[in-house]
Design a protein around this ligand. Sequence first.
Ligand code: LLP
Length: 431
Amino acid sequence: MICNNININNSGILEFAGQDTTCLAKKYGTPLYLLDENKIRDNCKTYVNAMAKAYGDNFAVLYASKANSFKKIYNIVNEENMCVDVVSVGEIYTALKAGYPLSKAYFHSNNKTDADVDFAIKNGVGYFVVDNAEELDVIDATAKKYGICQNILLRLTPGIDTHTYEAVNTGKVDSKFGTAIETGQAYKIVEKTLTFNNIKLCGFHCHIGSMVFDSDTFLRGADIMLDFIYKVKTELNLVTEQLDLGGGYGVRYTKNDPVIDIEKNILQVSDFIKNKCYKLNITVPKILLEPGRSIVADAGMTLYTVGTVKKITGYKNYVSVDGGMTDNPRYALYGSEYTLFLANKASQKSTLECDVVGRCCESGDIIQQNVLLPEAERGDILAVCTTGAYNYSMAMNYNRIARPPIVMLKDGSNYVAVKRETLDDLIANDL
Ligand code: LLP
């Protein structure tokens, strides 16, 4: 199995987090997002414990909540001693309403509007991760209005190509995010930051990409960032308190994806950082990481009911389900691979080669192509694994299709964390 929370029981039924998925489908209806709460907590602990081993208490792990944002998740990560990365007023508001202490939130975004900045400062967001020079002016003026000094990190692009897929390859010089070190603009923005009275520069941030499996990428990122930290220390007399190396650790969507040993990876990076800081004669800054996908992806599974099974003689077979790109647009966007099961026939032989498609009026509405499943028929339950990240958070209402609920599984019981959208929800803003 791609993850240890997936299992086939003696009756040939797929279980997730020890629970019968066909019973869950019956109880809550489909399409249905499941999230294994214990797995989320274990993933958090893996990071927090490894970082403590690596850096003592001089670290923070931020959950990148764009991966999956709803009220309950902010409570969970708070209980697991994590900070959060938020990227919009919507995420800030969700965290706020969940009772999450916003002093532990880091506010990203490459284009924060004046209203965003105002909202975040008014509500006490701890840190801004500043993307560009214009943003500094707005933060300084707004912080002055509220009579505070706003903590910030500067997001820099170290100029690294991760060779992951283009949509998530964000550390390159020509990236839409951050300010480039190579062009000298990063240095200039540091100088500019130091001229403001209502901004405190606490450190630097970089995020190189997503679905990264090797520690080499993080080492290269840290190397360039530490050289920069050394430069600003010697030339501008600025001591960097925090260095945020971003998120990006990959997960196993299929058996072809490698298994990552997160702890080993973190220790390799910390050895490198400590050595380099020693050589440069600088203090090791507080190190931050921002995992999103690797906290929630393998804690998720989506259940669908099979509808039409269309066999086009001599051509191909389609298995249509009652969800699709509206609850999981990742195949349509990136061609992302997933592992699929027929939950009620999980131990039957897979003989049907097919494309699993959704029910939108859109031929790109595909969950997965060329998969092998047991002979499918109307009423079967189809499970897509590893959907905890970037599925609910990227879900949409195209064709006025309502979004599925999120049901949390914990210690043999289950509860609704996000309700199923209703038809009335769909027209709630229509006048
Ligand atoms: N920090 C920053 C600044 C980021 O931009 C991201 C992801 C993360 C942290 C978290 O990265 P992770 O650990 O989740 O890889 N929608 C795409 C993923 C977009 C990622 C955007 N940034 C997908 O479905 O694959």
